[in-house]
Design a protein around this ligand. Structure first.
Ligand SMILES: [Ca+2]
Length: 197
C-alpha cells in the first residue's frame, strides 16, 4: 500500500503534462511566426557593396546598406550570427520586405539596432512611409518595436536608420520580426523557435 502514493502521483503528473502539452500545441496557430524571410540577415553578400540581405530591398537617400563594411564611428559589433548590416552615416537608409497580411489584423514589427546616435525607424512602405515606431540609436543594441493594423493583403515594411541628424557615425541593424504574436517579436530571431514550440 505504501507504494500506491508515489505511483498515483506519477500518474497524475503525467496526465497534467499531457494536458499542458495539448494546450500548448493548441495555442500555436499558423500565423504565430515571424513572417520576414532571412529575418536574421545571415544570407547577405559581402560584395558587391551597397547590396541588401537576400529577400530584402533597399530604401533611402544613400547608395544602400552594406552586409559587412563599416566606415565611421564606434563599431558596435555583430548582434547575432555573422552579419548585422551597416547603414551609412549622414544618410537615411534601410531595407524593405513585403509580407502577406490580413486586413484588420494587428501585427507587431521589430528589429535590433546599435550605432552612433541618430534615430531608428520602422515604417510602412519605404523610408518616407507612415511611421510605425522609432527610437534613439545607442552603442549598445536596443530593440525598436511597434504595432501595425493591416489594411491590405500584402504589406511592405521598412526598417532603417536616420543618420542625417544627431549621429556621429554608422549604425548596424539585425533580427527583424513581424508577427501576429507580439511576444515572439520581443526576442532575437535565433531564440524565436523556442518561443513558438
Ligand atoms: Ca544576423
Amino acid at each position: 500500500m505504501r507504494s500506491s502514493g508515489p505511483v498515483r502521483f506519477r500518474t497524475i503528473a503525467l496526465s497534467a503534462l499531457v494536458a499542458l502539452l495539448g494546450l500548448h500545441l493548441a495555442a500555436v496557430d499558423a500565423s504565430a511566426q515571424n513572417l520576414f524571410l532571412n529575418a536574421d540577415m545571415e544570407v547577405c553578400p559581402v560584395t558587391p557593396y551597397n547590396t541588401p540581405p537576400a529577400d530584402w530591398g533597399s530604401s533611402g537617400t544613400g547608395s544602400g546598406i552594406d552586409c559587412e563594411w563599416w566606415a565611421t564611428g564606434i563599431d558596435p559589433g555583430i548582434f547575432g550570427g555573422s552579419r548585422s548590416p551597416r547603414t551609412q552615416y549622414t544618410q537615411i537608409e534601410g531595407i524593405t520586405q513585403s509580407v502577406p497580411t490580413v486586413p484588420g489584423t494587428t501585427y507587431t514589427v521589430s528589429f535590433f539596432v546599435a550605432g552612433n546616435g541618430g534615430t531608428a525607424e520602422i515604417r510602412e512602405g519605404t523610408y518616407t512611409g507612415t511611421l510605425i515606431a522609432s527610437g534613439p540609436i545607442t552603442v549598445s543594441y536596443t530593440q525598436i518595436l511597434g504595432t501595425f493594423v493591416a489594411t491590405v493583403a500584402s504589406t511592405q515594411f521598412y526598417i532603417g536608420t536616420d543618420l542625417a541628424t544627431g549621429a556621429t557615425g554608422d549604425a548596424r541593424i539585425d533580427d527583424a520580426c513581424v508577427s501576429t504574436d507580439g511576444a515572439l517579436c520581443t526576442v532575437p530571431v535565433e531564440l524565436q523557435s523556442f518561443t513558438v514550440e
